[in-house]
Design a protein around this ligand. Structure first.
Ligand SMILES: O=P(O)(O)OC[C@H]1O[C@@H](O)[C@H](O)[C@@H]1O
Length: 167
């Protein structure tokens, strides 16, 4: 059960699909806040992606959904924010796995890559799959450690940890 509304962002390429996503969330009784572009006019996707990724990173939102033409540009930007694990999904398997294994907190979709029904199935899989934790929590810790040292070269000790599969 989600505690906070899902933040949604989109550019022109994601405008159409966002309408279906919002309708679907409404039907499911899931609260959302739409901070995306409200027209088909050409806009800059990094601006809209940063609003959602920033909100998730600061803890104002637990989950976000980003929709652009391919989902790629927005996922590139979102994953630069601390604590954001943005997942570009093109099928339900990816959506389930990224929740179960990566505790994904931002779903990225490509409005020109997948059809409406496929997108809604992906969304449901992402919403309904719980994070498994267990062995995956070590990997998330490693991602967190990498985030702390983004612009610094990895030390030999960190390098060692990355290759220690017994952790
Ligand atoms: O549509 P334009 O502005 O040409 O390019 C931006 C798109 O390029 C991709 O990274 C994103 O999918 C975004 O929607």
């Amino acid at each position: 059960m989600l505690q906070k509304p899902i933040y949604i962002g989109n550019d022109h390429g994601g405008y159409e699909l966002k309408q279906s996503i919002m309708e679907h969330l409404k039907k499911r009784g899931i609260a959302y806040i739409d901070t995306g572009s409200s027209t088909r006019e050409i806009v800059r996707y990094p601006y809209y992606a940063a609003k959602i990724a920033g909100a998730v990173s600061r803890g104002e939102a637990d989950r976000g959904i980003l929709i652009c033409s391919t989902g790629i540009g927005m996922s590139i930007l979102a994953n630069r924010f601390k604590g954001v694990r943005a997942s570009l999904c093109t099928d339900t398997y990816m959506a389930k796995m990224t929740r179960a294994h990566n505790d994904s907190n931002v779903l990225c979709l490509g409005g020109k890559v997948i059809g409406e029904l496929e997108a809604l199935d992906i969304l449901d899989a992402w919403l309904d799959t719980e994070y498994e934790a267990g062995r995956h929590s070590i990997s998330l810790e490693l991602i967190g450690e990498a985030e702390e040292h983004l612009s610094q070269p990895i030390t030999p000790q960190q390098e060692e940890l990355f290759h220690d599969f017994n952790r």
